[in-house]
Design a protein around this ligand. Structure first.
Ligand SMILES: Cc1cc2nc3c(=O)[nH]c(=O)nc-3n(C[C@H](O)[C@H](O)[C@H](O)COP(=O)(O)OP(=O)(O)OC[C@H]3O[C@@H](n4cnc5c(N)ncnc54)[C@H](O)[C@@H]3O)c2cc1C
Length: 295
């Protein structure tokens, strides 16, 4: 099938794009990497009057690190997150998780902003962004800038917190301390498929006792879930050989997962416990200078 007819605009500046969005907000589709939008257009599940292509706005393609924050333009493509040194050296959790996202052809086009806006419940990056406590910077001509937390941005399955005249412009990500261990683990039917369950983990420890934990899961609900209960339980626990098995047991006790059409709640809870304990074990192995007092 082919899309229904639409007008097409490809602005080269952000103010121009925001002005077009303000004028046509009731019937416009924003085209980033097109990896989710194009199938929707081709199957005529989306029939916009106008497609606003944001691929030529160089401002949305920038990445910089300043004052322990990584500023990532929404049009930064998946392959850059996976491969570029600035990501690998500051937030390797993102690069590692990106290896589980889709396939090379999709990663050369798909963008971080498009992936987050798509808000797929089984998508890896929303969980990573949630664990990292990033902020989504949204802009409109009328209201200027709004900054949303992951909890505000990921509203539901395939639903984001953007207003119809807003563009996601930047993702601001606090760079974790160099002493923090990190890992992303998932189970998927095939490598590159959406996750059946995934866990993004950051943990830190001093004198071999955990004193920092941030954990978020994907594919166990409509939005990424920050696993606060497990984070609290981990604080003060020793980093040792028993940790993964203890985590696995405890997860099963405290996870509250609803049944869905693809898997029973019990099986998904088993999966979530397994990927979470695996991610915690690997993150614990990566904690740096465990016995050195941190500044
Ligand atoms: C075969 C296949 C396998 C895949 N596997 C995975 C996977 O395992 N994990 C995973 O996470 N993803 C997966 N994806 C999705 C892919 O990674 C892309 O991230 C995703 O398709 C959206 O990114 P995009 O840049 O292509 O956005 P687009 O398709 O261009 O846009 C997606 C949606 O977001 C809106 N949008 C895009 N950018 C903005 C913006 N800046 N501001 C406001 N709205 C915006 C668009 O209007 C559209 O509604 C897969 C895709 C395919 C085709």
């Amino acid at each position: 099938m082919k899309p229904t007819a639409f007008d097409y605009i490809r602005p080269t500046s952000l103010p121009e794009a925001l002005a077009i969005l303000a004028e046509h907000s009731d019937d416009v589709a924003i085209l980033a990497g097109g990896q989710s939008l194009m199938p929707l257009l081709n199957f005529r599940m989306s029939r916009p009057a106008l497609v606003l292509d944001i691929n030529d706005i160089s401002e949305l393609q920038q990445v910089r690190c300043e004052n322990d924050t990584l500023y990532v333009g929404s049009m930064v493509r998946h392959c850059r997150v996976e491969q570029e040194e600035i990501f690998r050296s500051t937030i390797p959790l993102m690069s590692e998780a990106m290896t589980s996202v889709a396939h090379i052809q999709i990663k050369t086009r798909g963008t971080l902003g498009g992936n987050l806006c798509n808000a797929h419940p089984a998508s890896e990056m929303p969980a990573v962004i949630t664990a990292l406590g990033a902020s989504m910077v949204c802009k409109s001509e009328k209201r200027g800038e709004r900054v949303l937390t992951p909890e505000e941005f990921f509203e539901g399955a395939l639903q984001n917190g953007l207003q119809s005249d807003e563009l996601l412009c930047e993702i601001r990500i606090p760079v974790p301390s160099q002493y923090v261990g990190w890992a992303f683990e998932e189970v998927a039917r095939r490598h590159g498929d959406f996750a059946q369950c995934g866990a993004a983990v950051l943990i830190g420890a001093e004198d071999r006792k955990i004193d920092y934990a941030r954990i978020a899961l994907c594919s166990i609900g409509e939005t990424p879930i920050r696993f606060h209960a497990l984070e609290q339980w981990l604080i003060g626990r020793p980093v040792g050989n028993d940790l993964p098995a203890d985590v696995k047991l405890h997860c099963r006790e405290i996870l509250d997962i609803a049944e869905d059409s693809t898997m029973t709640a019990e099986n998904r809870a088993k999966l979530a416990s397994a990927v979470t304990s695996r991610a915690i074990a690997r993150a614990a192995d990566r904690i740096v200078h465990l016995d050195v007092k941190r500044g």
